[in-house]
Design a protein around this ligand. Structure first.
Ligand code: SF4
Length: 207
């Protein structure tokens, strides 16, 4: 299966997902907040957070219970409140208020794993990384591009088979594709532009 063709077909029907922030610290914190949360909730909570705390210093000095109140609509809000305050403090203390542009340094921050680091590096620093979340993992397995059990394995496999020129956009494209067409439950294979080449297309389409 030709990955260029797959991407081309998806691009014809899907507008890539856009993170509504440009400043690296906002992208970093909103991505940490997005872990195990719905995009809509993350967007709303991030907007509220950045309205009340418009810079790293104010987050670093925030009271934990106030942060928890703002983050309450998303899952694991207590843990996330502690993490983002700690991230703000570390960025101010160690990096002059900037977000580091290295994967190793990013992954030393609390709550930052490979997916979050890859999103920050590709969105904010234009670096070639594939951010593999549940959508990317599920869809690439359904398409038979990879046969993997974890997002980490998927990232490694995709780096071997996807041309580097596509790495940065793969996440934003497949997130929207996964929300609208190749959904976790009952994928909409009938309207999918890949239903003639996808090995997981509904059986009814293959008769
Ligand atoms: S045909 Fe169905 S399973 Fe395959 S990519 Fe499209 S929506 Fe997903």
């Amino acid at each position: 299966m030709d990955i260029d063709e797959i991407i081309e077909r998806i691009e014809k029907v899907i507008e890539p997902h856009r993170i509504p922030f440009r400043e690296p610290w906002k992208v970093l914190i909103s991505t940490v907040l997005s872990q195990r949360a719905k995009d809509e909730t993350t967007g709303m909570v991030s907007e509220n957070l950045f309205r009340r705390y418009p810079d790293l210093k104010s987050i670093a000095e925030a009271k934990l219970d106030d942060l928890e109140d703002i983050l309450r609509p998303i899952g694991f809000y207590r843990e996330k409140a502690r993490r983002i305050r700690e991230i703000a403090r570390i960025l101010l203390k160690n990096y002059g208020g900037n977000v580091p542009d290295s994967k190793e340094l990013l992954m030393n921050l609390p709550g930052v794993g490979t997916k979050t680091a890859n999103i920050v590096l590709s969105v904010c620093f234009d670096q070639d990384y594939i951010a593999v979340d549940t959508h990317v993992h599920r869809i690439t397995n359904r398409l038979g591009l990879v046969k993997t059990k974890t997002p980490e394995q998927t990232e490694k496999e995709l780096m071997n088979i996807v041309d580097r020129k596509h790495w940065k956009k793969l996440n934003s494209l497949l997130v929207e594709f996964g929300k609208n067409i190749c959904t976790p439950l009952r994928p909409k294979c009938v309207i999918c532009p890949l239903n003639d080449i996808c090995p997981s297309a509904s059986l009814s389409l293959k008769k």
